[in-house]
Every structure is written in structure tokens, then in C-alpha cells.
Design a protein around this ligand. Structure first.
Ligand SMILES: [Zn+2]
Length: 95
């Protein structure tokens, strides 16, 4: 039977159980391999003050924040997009 996705919609290795994570939006418990991780950089300083500091040549610290989303929430919030059959079978990174 043809597969819709090469990986079965999962990331990581083929076999065995993977851990679970909670969706950041709805709180649903999803397998780690099926959840989407979104990483963003958050500045520790407020917007306008940060811009002034950056213009004056200072290095403004940024913090890395990652959160996990279930597939429903990832699609609803436009973190990932529905792709055509051809796009799904491309071997580059999933976005
Ligand atoms: Zn969710």
C-alpha cells in the first residue's frame, strides 16, 4: 500500500517508543516524534530600548525559547503548512 508520508508523519528513528510532550497551545499529550518544535529567540530587553542599545553598538542578549505543538495546532497557527503530494516526497527538511 502506498504511504502518504515516507516517515509516517514522524521524525527520528524508525522503531521503538519515543517520549511524549505537551502541546504548548492546547495541552494535548503527543508523541515527541509527531510534535512540531518551534524555536524562537526572545530579547531580554524591551523593543525600543533594545533597538537603541543595538544602534549604539551594544550586544543585546537573546534567550532561546522552544515550544512543542501538536499537528492540529501547528497547522492552525501556521507553523507548518499542508503540502502537495510531490512536496511531501521531497527529501529536504520539513517545514
Ligand atoms: Zn495542540
Amino acid at each position: 500500500m502506498p504511504k502518504k508520508r515516507r516517515s509516517g508523519g514522524r521524525t527520528g528513528s524508525k522503531g521503538g517508543r519515543d517520549g511524549s510532550v505537551h502541546c504548548a497551545k492546547c495541552g494535548r499529550l503527543v508523541p515527541r516524534g509527531k510534535a512540531k518544535r518551534v524555536t524562537k529567540f526572545v530579547s531580554l530587553v524591551d523593543g525600543t530600548i533594545g533597538k537603541e542599545l543595538r544602534d549604539s553598538g551594544a550586544i543585546v542578549p537573546r534567550r532561546q525559547e522552544s515550544s512543542w505543538y501538536c499537528i492540529s495546532c501547528a497547522i492552525h497557527t501556521h507553523k507548518v503548512h499542508i503540502r502537495s503530494s510531490d512536496d511531501r516526497h521531497k527529501r529536504d527538511k520539513i517545514r
